[in-house]
Design a protein around this ligand. Sequence first.
Ligand code: ADP
Ligand code: MG
Length: 500
Amino acid sequence: MSRSPENAWNECLEIIRDNISRQSFRTWFAPLKPLSLESEGELHRLTVQLPSQFYYEWLEEHYYSLLRKTVTKVLGPGGRLFYDVVIEKDDIDQGYEGASLHLPARHAANEPVADAPIATRSRAVTAPSGRTHEATPSAAAPVSSPFVIPGIQKVQVDSRLNPNYTFDRFIEGDCNRLARSAALAIAQRPGGTSFNPFLMYGGVGLGKTHLIQAIGNYVAAGNAGQSVLYVSSERFTTEFVQAIQHNRVAEFSLFYRQIDLLIIDDVQFFGGKEKTQEEFFHIFNALHQSGKQIVLSADRPPKDIHGIEERLLSRFQWGLAADVQVPDLETRTAILNRKSEEDGIDVSHDVLEFVAHNIKSNIRELEGALIRLLAHSTLRKREIDVTMAREVLADLIKETRVTLTIEEIQQLVCDYFSIPEDLVRAKTRKREVVQARQVAMYFSKQLTQHSLKTIGLHFGGRDHSTVIHANQSVENQIETDAKFKSMIEEISNRLQLRAR
Ligand code: ADP
Ligand code: MG
């Protein structure tokens, strides 16, 4: 018998067409192309080309039994069906191609018959026989691997994780203890804890992205076979819209359904996007039902997330919702310490404390401050000290500046030099007094918003040029006299503490 592959496949299509809806037929069968029909005695191997891996998954899950019966009917008991999956460049340009398949073309056709997928005997159409590679008698039930394309067990997914976001690099504090330990428990047993889904929420820059990615990195490092995917809700939305535009929603949805650990960042952005929510709702259900782990983050507690359907919002809270809070001083200092070590930035403890004292709300800002200091010190070829930190970070720590008055500065400075406070306003030109006066003027200029003239007036009605001179003199000494410089830093720290 010498038949063309087209001929055999068309006959198959006739049967299939009669058994499924037009829409399904057009979606899943019309795009397949017959490639070859090879016969060896009683064996007839028909190979069809699939547009992508998703077709393979879908056909296997939904049409296994139909295909099996059909091929047997058309080719006889020795009929076998093989798939050839093509990787189109287009796939790679699509956003969600994360599933990059590296399949040798025509892979399946070269495999030994023993691994051949589809079954035998015409009676199999009604009562499949029980040979090893055939379907079980309940032919309608999806069978997981009869269509195995040898060599491909699982689609490889690019996890899109940032490798720096690990548990090792995450500093624990009271502010994030619960979230961190839940995250670790999940990482150790994805899908196996009651924290499914796990929703982490809290303000900007508090470590949510870091922590949820740490789960992903942990799982990816420990289980090569697990597919992990991190995606922001914005990217999910964009890709979904693209999938609609390119008629690839089914593929999109299949792609997500085969993820073992799905991490979606900033779900509040799903707000108001109904179609995307609906798609995500189904993906969520499918994953959750099959025991896959879902990890989510949001920038606010679930009750404050707007524009999200109730049924989805309630699912977000099925597992565990844990918050991250603003870190306390110790945690902020520890984070800064760690970051400066990691980045190899040499900063004194004083500076770190100064930064930790003054930047409170946000860890990203803390990091930003450190990087800014590094940049300035490189540029100016100057060591990073508290004076520089105050100057460079002025816009971040403005609030503290205005809370000090000139009188408070005079008080504290005179205290430091152990001289009576009123001497800075007096006429005396005694050396220690002159020094204290200049230092107090310097800090008044640095730390208050007053004009040079006003500052002068507060120092016994002195001229603004005296203030300028004092300021220059102090700056010169900071540059040239290490001892003087550390003295200024000490005073500066005390002033900062007073300012709060
Ligand atoms: P969010 O997603 O909550 O806005 P991120 O996870 O992006 O915050 O955190 C901002 C930055 O701060 C990241 O670079 C992250 O590595 C760092 N960070 C946050 N929390 C910690 C922490 N506890 N220990 C170490 N680094 C942290
Ligand atoms: Mg984030």
